[in-house]
Ligand binder design. Sequence first.
Ligand code: 5GP
Ligand code: ZN
Length: 116
Amino acid sequence: MGKQDCLFCKIINKEIPAKVVLEDSGMVAFEDVNPQAPVHILIIPKEHIEKISDLSARHLEMVGRLVLAAKEIAKKRGIEESGYRIVMNCNRDAGQAVFHLHLHLLGGRKFSWPPG
Ligand code: 5GP
Ligand code: ZN
């Protein structure tokens, strides 16, 4: 799927509404529309990259920013001590549904391991 019909690019461009919780020049974080935990935030780069497999060394800083954003939001939401999980799904077996790179921040309940 190209940039033009990408759901998350539309959220970045404010063509589709989302509950944005954090934004800077390179990333945006917003509430997942179908939350799987009391806290479920998606953190995405503003650059359209489909998946982890398409990342290269030039994306190092951006990927780091996504993780630090997760840390900041976790603290703000009060789940720093109780714990949280960050997840990035890649392709079919992981259940990737939206092909614009995104990091899930999940917290506010206990998660099992191994994941389902
Ligand atoms: P994936 O399975 O690709 O890792 O996760 C995609 C996530 O995007 C899912 O958790 C799904 O609930 C979320 N999602 C799909 N469409 C929308 C939308 O239009 N708005 C928001 N906020 N989240 C969405
Ligand atoms: Zn996109």
